[in-house]
Design a protein. Structure first.
Length: 415
């Protein structure tokens, strides 16, 4: 899934690509994606029915594709609705993603055939469907089979005056209640603006089981609410809400949460790490929503495009803000190192490698994919791509995958 797993850890189990091998990465293959304006990040998963690992990608222009991870050979391609920003999530034999027309697609992961779809209901203020921009997260939270969680950012408008977005829970393929059926929706935002029709969800929600056994879906909201929510994943009831700093008139929480499970790094309840346009990285108690610590990444500005989800590797949290990459101590929030290679980061970082030899990969809007040592922050890899990199990378089976300007790339160690 986006950022690897439901917790958004961003850490791959791959050990072939680490700090020691990243300098030797070279192009394994590259494939055209049928669109040059892309924001969706690739997902890599082994497909049991085909007995091969596949790389899944969806383009803004409306092409969903699956490639053989080793060779780049096209396995299938399906035309879907255009205007897709949502990254694919693979669960079982199904690929899920949304589009800006308010449709959740569920495709057969082996063949690309449509298994079911769900359309967000028409929003009363503007009489159109809300945009699904964040990647879905999928899990079995109540024993009925897969449930798909995603938010919609409401209706596009210059002032965001008619957002009216929701968080949704929809049955996945194989759920005992049927495929692509609404379980619940939530939009009881504390601040909907003066006209009562604002606030939606831009980011990709995270999913975690609390220490008391409750499954929680965690996400941030847009302006003017600009808060972090945790909902009971089975029922949609609010568990807690955390208000981020209100430093200006546009303080969306557009970055997804990164979750440390209960007991991780010494915190019995678990921790939610998240930031927004206020320029602050927060560490919140997973059960209560209380703030554990905060760290100021930057001055806070809508122009910072703060939509990059952090990664958590052991006790190191890596977060991007504007043109900087920060490694923070996940327990205390203190800085371990900071890297500023020169471009603006919108993509989220990804970590791979064996413990003690891990590397962090992230692309920027200056057309470069970078690799850094997780331990020191030293730059150990760079690859120029002909176009801005908005998509996050994935690492699996000894290869680094990322997309830029309509091309999907695979890099692997030489020698």
């Amino acid at each position: 899934m986006f950022n690897h797993d439901p917790l958004h850890s961003g850490v791959s189990a791959d050990t072939a690509i680490g700090a020691s091998t990243a300098p030797g990465l070279a192009t394994l293959w590259s494939k055209q994606l049928k669109s040059v304006h892309d924001q969706a990040s690739p997902a890599v998963a082994f497909n049991a029915s085909r007995n091969e690992t596949l790389v899944y990608e969806v383009t803004y222009g409306g092409a969903a594709s699956a490639f053989n991870a080793s060779t780049g050979a096209l396995v299938w391609r399906r035309t879907v609705s255009p205007n897709v920003d949502s990254s694919p999530a693979v669960y079982g034999n199904t690929v899920y993603f949304g589009d800006n027309g308010g449709t959740l697609e569920a495709l057969n992961a082996a063949t690309g055939a449509v298994q079911c779809t769900f359309k967000v209901p028409i929003s009363p203020p503007a009489k159109v469907r809300g945009r699904i921009i964040g990647s879905p997260v999928v899990g079995n939270v109540d024993g009925t089979g897969p449930t798909v969680f995603f938010g919609d950012a409401g209706v596009a408008s210059a002032t965001e005056a008619q957002n009216a977005g929701h968080m949704w829970a929809v049955t996945g393929v194989g759920n005992t209640a049927g495929n692509c059926k609404k379980k619940w929706s939530y939009n009881n935002w504390q601040n909907k603006g003066a006209n009562g029709t604002m606030t939606g969800v831009w980011d990709a929600a995270g999913l975690a089981q609390e220490s008391n056994g409750t499954w929680a879906v965690v996400f941030g909201t847009s302006n003017p609410d600009s808060a972090v929510y945790a909902l009971n994943a089975a029922t949609g009831a609010r568990l807690w809400r955390f208000q981020t700093a209100q430093l200006g008139d546009d303080e969306d929480v557009g970055a997804g949460p990164t979750i440390s499970p209960p007991g991780g790094n010494g915190f019995a309840d678990g921790v939610v790490y998240i930031d927004g346009k206020d320029g602050i990285e927060y560490a919140l108690d997973l059960v209560t929503g209380d703030m554990i610590w905060s760290f100021t990444l930057g001055p806070g500005s809508a122009n910072a495009i703060a939509v990059s989800t952090a990664v958590l590797a052991g006790n190191t949290l890596v977060a991007c803000y504007a043109g900087s990459l920060f490694a923070l101590n996940a327990t205390t929030g203190t800085v371990i190192w900071q890297a500023t290679p020169g471009g603006t980061f919108v993509a989220s970082p990804a970590v791979s490698g064996a413990p003690g030899d891990q590397a962090v990969f992230v692309g920027d809007l200056n057309d470069d994919e970078y690799g850094f040592s997780l331990a020191t922050g030293a730059q150990i890899f760079s690859a120029a791509a002909p176009g801005i990199i908005q998509e996050s990378a994935a690492v699996a089976d000894g290869a680094l995958y990322f997309a830029a300007n309509g091309t999907l790339y695979a890099y692997a160690p030489t020698g």
